[in-house]
Ligand binder design. Structure first.
Ligand code: GLN
Length: 285
């Protein structure tokens, strides 16, 4: 915002912010401008609309300027606001975790369809805790466990789970390491699946601000599927399911990995709202 001696009303700041963010390559600039103002002014969106003509104070303008500058540098809106909604629950997020994506709802839906009463469910790579927390809420009779290798992510996931008062038992570690000798009725995971070489082509919000450890799936993006699928039978109860989120174009390769073990049947895929095959799963034979 140019610092001229004129009255900056809510509407004027909103219009200016929208134009500035759009110029910096931010999509949905109008909506994002609204969220930044809502956050800075402590209003809700209706509050913003009814205050269009209200002049902003110097400190309010300074606060908004700071937030807009961050977003213009392509820092994710969710890092600025500190939260992201996932399936009706609001999760705290930080640069230590993947921001929950709406695409991941398909994984949760497919898991809920196949859950058995009082089953044990393991989420590999909990990140913010979004999958584990929603499963624990939707399936209150299940026992949900999670594993996460990043201590910073663990801390944040723990906070999210405590805030929602859902019961999920978290372990710090790699893949199945904390669960030797245990079995689960279901294993779910949204592992890192971006091929290493593609990381640089991602939008700046993801490339520069989200944790590499949550994105990088190795040279072809399939490293974690290759690590988890062959190891999973040892950790599955009879008839147990393994259900994954996958990246664009990866479903047939992940199905093939299930196939080569010879241990899984009832293989399935499910599409997201963009008609992309987003989930792949199979059941222990
Ligand atoms: N399970 C978390 C999510 O789906 C984190 C996934 C990840 O970091 N790859 O958001």
């Amino acid at each position: 915002m140019p610092e001229r001696l004129e009255t900056w009303t809510v509407l004027k700041v909103l219009t200016w912010t929208k134009g500035y963010l759009a110029e910096k390559g931010v999509g949905n600039a109008r909506l994002e401008a609204e969220w930044l103002l809502v956050h800075a002014l402590g209003l809700d969106r209706v509050g913003l609309y009814v205050n269009y003509d209200k002049p902003l104070t110097g400190p309010e303008l300074a606060m908004i300027r700071g937030l807009v500058a961050r977003r213009a540098r392509r820092e994710p809106l969710q890092h600025i606001l500190g939260t992201q909604e996932f399936m009706g629950m609001e999760f705290e997020v930080s640069p230590s975790v993947l921001i929950p994506r709406h695409d991941t709802e398909v994984l949760v839906d497919e898991a809920v369809k196949r859950a058995v009463p009082k089953g044990r469910i393991l989420d590999i790579g909990v990140g913010s805790g979004c999958i584990a927390a929603v499963l624990a809420r939707l399936l209150p009779e299940s026992e949900v466990f999670g594993v996460e290798k990043s201590p910073e992510a663990m801390e944040l996931a723990q906070r999210n789970l405590e805030r929602f008062t859902v019961k999920v038992t978290l372990f710090e570690g790699s893949l199945f390491e904390p669960f030797l000798g245990q079995t689960f009725e279901m294993i779910v995971s949204n592992p890192p699946y971006i091929p290493t070489g593609d990381l640089e082509t991602l939008q700046p919000e993801v490339r520069d601000f989200e944790p590499r450890g949550a994105l990088d799936g190795g040279p072809d993006g399939l490293e974690f599927y290759r690590a988890i699928i062959p190891a999973a039978p040892e950790f599955l109860a009879p008839g147990g399911w393994v259900i994954f989120e996958v990246g664009i174009g990866q479903s047939s390769e992940v199905l093939a990995i299930f196939g080569t073990t010879g241990r899984f049947g009832e293989l399935f895929t499910a599409k997201d709202q963009g008609m992309i095959e987003r989930v792949v799963g199979g059941r222990l034979l």
